[in-house]
Write a protein that binds this ligand. Sequence first.
Ligand code: MN3
Length: 384
Amino acid sequence: MKRNIALLGSTGSMGTQALQVIDQFPDIFEVELLSGYSNSDLLIQQAQKYKPNAVVIIDDSHYLKVKNALVKEDCKVFSGMKSLIECMSMDSIDMALSCIVGIAGLAPVYAAIENEIPIALANKETLVVAGELMMQKAKEKHVPIIPVDSEHSAIFQCLIGEQGNEIAKIILTASGGPFRGKSIAELEKATCKQALKHPNWNMGNKITIDSATLMNKGLEVIEAKWLFNINLDKIEVIVHPQSIIHSLVQFIDGSVKAQLGVPDMKLPIQYALTFPQRMNNEFSRFNLTDYPTFTFEKPDTNSFPCLSLAYQASKAGGNKPCVLNAANEVAVAKFLSGKIKFTDIPKMIEKALERIPFSQPEMIEEYLEVDREVRKTICEFSQS
Ligand code: MN3
C-alpha cells in the first residue's frame, strides 16, 4: 500500500526538496494534495507531474489560471486558505507534510491534527506560536508530529530507545549564519545580499534571514520546548559552523548522543516521511575525513539579540511568542524589501514585545487575531 502525502507549501524551497525525496521512492509515496501560495506556474507543473487528487492555490487571484491549466487532469482545484483547511478532512491523506512558511501554517496543520492525520512538520512557526495547543490536540487525537527541522529531527533520532530516561539537556547547534563573528557596527552595514548568503544550508529567504539574525535558533528553542516537552533552561544553543552535528542530547548519566550528516534538508524530510524505517537513497554521503575539524563556540547574544528575545518571549508565554513571531515576520519582510537595516530587526521585535500587553489566547483563531494586531500596530511603533 502506498502512502498518500499532502504536501502543504509545495512551491517553496522545502516543498521542492520534499518532492525530490518523493521522486526517490515512486513505489512508496503518492502525492495526494499540493498547495502553494502564489507561484502558480510551478504549482501547475508539479500537479501535471505528480497528479494529485487536489490542488490548492492560496492566493485567489491565480485560481482561474491554475484551474484552466489543469482542466485535462483528473484533479480538483481550489483556492484560498479556507479550502486548504477543508481539504485536511480528506480521508485519503495518510500524512501531511507542512512546508508552509510562517504563521500561515498554523490553521491547516491544526485542522490536519483534528482530522487525525499524522504530521511531518517543517513549519516551526506553528509550534512557536501555538505549541501548547498543537501538542495538546495531537496528544488528544494520538497524532504523531514528526519534526523535519534538521535540529529537531536530530534530537528525535537521539531519543529513540530512550523512553523513560531523563534528559539533562538538549543542545541545539547553530551554524552562526553568514555574519558569525561580526560586531554590531559591522552589522549596521549588512546588506540583504550578504544576509541571504547562507554558508551551509539551502533554504528559503525568510529562514535564511532568520539564520543570519539567530532568530531561527530562537524559534527552534521554542519549537524544541514543545516538541520534546522540556523546560527552556534545559535547552542550550551552541554555534557549530560546520553544520555536521545537527544537534545533541545529554542524559542524566552525562552521556551525550548526537546525530550527524551532511547539511541537506532532504535527509530530515525523508526520515520524517519513512519513519520509523530508514531507506536507501542516492543523496550524498557524509565522510568524517572530509571534515577533519569540528569547532564550537558560544552564541554572541550581544551582536545577535534575537536569540535572547526568543527565550524571553517563551518564558513569558501566552501571546508573547506569537508577538515575537509576527514582529519578526514583518521585520524580515521589511529588511528583504530594503526598508529597514539588519540591526533594526531585533529593535522592532523588542518594541513589539514591550508594547503589546500580555494575553492568553486559547484558540487558534485568537492567536491569528494577535498576529493581525501585531502586524497592524507595528508600523505605528516603527514611526515613533
Ligand atoms: Mn533548523
